[in-house]
Design a protein around this ligand. Structure first.
Ligand SMILES: Cc1cc2nc3c(=O)[nH]c(=O)nc-3n(C[C@H](O)[C@H](O)[C@H](O)COP(=O)(O)OP(=O)(O)OC[C@H]3O[C@@H](n4cnc5c(N)ncnc54)[C@H](O)[C@@H]3O)c2cc1C
Length: 465
């Protein structure tokens, strides 16, 4: 065995929390080593948020071009997707961020090791270095930030069907004429929306009786309507029981539990994510996993092993980059002598269908289940002046208010740029503002944010007297 190299902080997996902590502590003068298997900068910038949102931006540009005439602009050709240029756009964005990360890692002073780590003892890993050879490193503190990968459902025929997952589909060489998307969660809905806008005939299969099962039924139904309007055939309450790729690499045929079949050129599987813990030998450092294979952590991101921490997707944090980034802030505070916790934090999110759904706080269902007396405010996006000027009038906003304190418990904003607006609601919630303080604030006109005045105006109308 190689000689053990001791460092102050050893980071396994360079996801959002890991790379942020590694750079921060290296700049502060700690000796830091970060081991990353194959993605400089982690999942988000290489194969998840950034490439998909670059493509969603292209889909939205196409929609804008299609309705240019409506806005008084003549374009004398039919706008079309050029897959080569689309790929160049996406790879330009991703490549720029990857190379910026290489520079930042180098400049921070950390030892950035491209290789695969596995635990061989207390706070000690052996790294199979990608360029050859092995190294053994031990951290005074160790952070596990190995993320998740696309889950593969146990579906007869799937292994032979040459199906895409959310990562491999980013390498598509031609746009399928038709595609089945298996799974109506956030990832499935985003791809279904984007591919339909690009011109594929999309069938979305969802085993549950609504897309986005964590959302209120009315909100999920509005998202399904958006997808349907884009041409997606949304099929709810149907489970795939088998998949078959017909000979000669022709169509994929998906058999459903209602006895029917769906046929398409391609299949995208978007049925959740699996934690990357199976090959880490975490038991060698005394780290316990839960029944689904995620690292068990407390509210301080402590694992069951002393001085071994876990963050991001692998630690069961909400599966968003900003949650992992927030984990970094919690850890930084703790490792530098302060105290911080993940308990009770607000983690908003945006589902980038077009228009997008932005969420923060409790759904109406959750609020009622938790015993809140609830007032619900609703607004059609078409009522917002900015939406009219943009001709982006699709969508509905919904707010859930604590009827006893008038504080905002949560919102679901389906509409143009709602991912930007939701941050304002989040700040109001963090500051414990009442809905009337938001209603009565003078918000720039005409902006989508101004819609918050209108949204909360509808509550006043509902109040007795
Ligand atoms: C299609 C898609 C779109 C998404 N869009 C969004 C979005 O718009 N907004 C959002 O907030 N979230 C989005 N997400 C979720 C987001 O990508 C994840 O929540 C986030 O990347 C998780 O980051 P992390 O810090 O947990 O680790 P990751 O970024 O997953 O990093 C883990 C790293 O560990 C490395 N690794 C694993 N095992 C080892 C090992 N043994 N040795 C060394 N290295 C190892 C991996 O190579 C990887 O780079 C999306 C996800 C998908 C799939």
């Amino acid at each position: 065995m190689n000689e053990i190299e001791d460092v102050d902080l050893l980071v396994i997996g360079g996801g959002k929390a890991g790379k942020s902590l590694a750079m921060d502590r290296a700049k502060a003068g700690w000796t830091v080593a970060m081991v990353e298997r194959d993605k400089v900068g982690g999942t988000c910038i290489n194969v998840a948020c950034i490439p998909t949102k670059a493509l969603v931006a292209s889909a939205r540009t196409l929609l804008d071009a299609r309705r240019a005439a409506e806005m008084g602009i003549d374009i004398d050709c039919e706008p079309a997707v050029d897959l080569e240029k689309l790929r160049a756009h996406k790879e330009g964005v991703v490549g720029g961020m990857v190379s910026a990360h290489r520079t930042m890692f180098h400049d921070s002073g950390m030892d950035f090791i491209m290789g695969t780590a596995r635990f061989v003892g207390q706070r000690t890993v052996e790294v199979a270095v990608n360029d050859g050879g092995t190294r053994v490193l031990r951290g005074r503190d160790v952070l596990v930030n190995t993320g998740t990968t696309p889950a593969t459902p146990d579906l007869p025929g799937l292994a032979e069907a040459d199906a895409w997952d959310s990562e491999s589909i980013l390498r598509l060489e031609s746009l399928p004429e038709s595609i089945v998307v298996l799974g109506g969660g956030y990832v499935g809905c985003e791809f279904a929306s984007m591919l339909a806008v690009f011109g594929s005939r999309v069938t979305l299969l969802q085993g549950r009786d609504q897309v986005l099962p964590r959302e209120d039924r009315d909100v999920a139904a509005a998202v399904a309507d958006v997808l349907t309007a884009q041409g997606v055939d949304v099929r709810l309450g149907v489970r795939a029981t088998a998949v078959r790729r017909e000979g000669g690499h022709r169509d994929v045929v998906v058999t459903l539990d209602d006895g029917t079949q769906v046929r398409a050129e391609d299949l995208l599987v978007a049925t959740g994510r699996t934690p990357v813990t199976a090959d880490l030998d975490l038991a060698a450092t005394g780290v316990e996993l839960d029944e689904r294979g995620f690292v068990r952590v407390d509210d301080h991101l402590r694992t069951s092993a002393d001085h071994v921490w876990a963050a991001g997707d692998v630690a069961g944090s909400p599966q968003f980059t900003h949650a992992s980034w927030n984990d970094f802030r919690v850890l930084k505070k703790i490792l530098t002598g302060g105290d911080a916790s993940t308990a009770g934090r607000l983690v908003p999110y945006t589902v980038f269908v077009t228009p997008e759904l932005a969420r923060v706080g409790l759904t109406e269902t959750q609020a009622r289940e938790q015993g809140f007396e609830v007032t619900v405010a609703r607004l059609a996006v078409a009522a917002i002046p900015r939406a009219k000027t943009l001709r982006e009038t699709t969508g509905h906003w919904k707010a859930v208010i604590d009827a006893r304190t008038d504080e905002i418990l949560g919102v679901a904003l389906l509409g143009h740029e709602s991912g930007e607006v939701v941050a304002a609601v989040q700040m109001a919630m963090l500051g414990n503002l009442t809905y009337h303080q938001v209603r009565d604030a003078a918000i720039t006109h005409p902006t989508m944010g101004e819609g918050l005045n209108l949204l909360f105006d509808t509550v006043a109308e509902q109040l007795p007297g």
